[in-house]
Design a protein around this ligand. Sequence first.
Ligand SMILES: Nc1ncnc2c1ncn2[C@@H]1O[C@H](COP(=O)(O)OP(=O)(O)OP(=O)(O)O)[C@@H](O)[C@H]1O
Ligand SMILES: [Mg+2]
Length: 255
Amino acid sequence: MSNHLLRVSGLFAGTEDKPILHDVSLSLGARETHVLMGPNGAGKSTLGRVIMGDPAYQVTDGSIQFDGCDITDQSADKRSLAGIFLSYQAPVEVPGVPLYSYLRTITQKRPELKMTARKFRARVGEIAEQLDMDSSFITRELNVGFSGGEKKKIEMLQLLLLQPKLAILDETDSGLDVDALSVVSRGIEAYRAACDGTLLIITHNTRILERLSVDQTHVMVRGRLVAEGPGSLIDDIDAHGFEQFERAAEGTDAQ
Ligand SMILES: Nc1ncnc2c1ncn2[C@@H]1O[C@H](COP(=O)(O)OP(=O)(O)OP(=O)(O)O)[C@@H](O)[C@H]1O
Ligand SMILES: [Mg+2]
């Protein structure tokens, strides 16, 4: 039997007044790379946030197992400590909190990542260089005034620093120019090389996937996973769009 790091079973979730996810089941094995695609508004970001434990969403049925534990009712903080990381589609700005202090705080919470301030500074510098980041970013306030592409690099910096077991990257590639896109691709590769983690990449931009070997592609339409297939399914979506899956979703909506 394959070793599942994350197993989402029969999940129904949404906000207080809007059901969004319907009967979603998804299994991600250790060290696998999965891609989640689907039209705008399908529920992809919602799934990422529900796996992360965002309190804005309620699970009304089904379960989420991570690394052998049922985390369906766990707080986001606990899930983060257990090794789940979500890179947000639109990272929030946090005025008054310097990026450096934020990074130091989140790493100090992890016993396995504890290190001296000197080592930490060196590690952050090393990753920033790997990501082609301006060294002045570190002293600036978290995400405040950063361009869209720069914010995505900050997300990658956190990913490489925290080395989570599961990284959910929600459109980490959107709004990036060609050079920044290649930096993010390199960041993903560095993550894979450093800690051999599992990736769930939510994207509309298949260029980010060109250098990655994808184990499985999932398609979400109107809150349901309507298809899954090998990495080559991405080429099919590129060529033909989501229409074929929309029709499949109409069938399940009617049931
Ligand atoms: N907090 C919320 N409050 C109200 N509606 C929400 C909330 N979060 C998501 N939704 C709605 O749920 C649906 C799915 O949204 P979601 O952001 O998950 O889509 P998506 O697949 O990520 O789309 P995109 O490709 O545009 O990023 C949308 O109709 C959205 O408006
Ligand atoms: Mg989204």
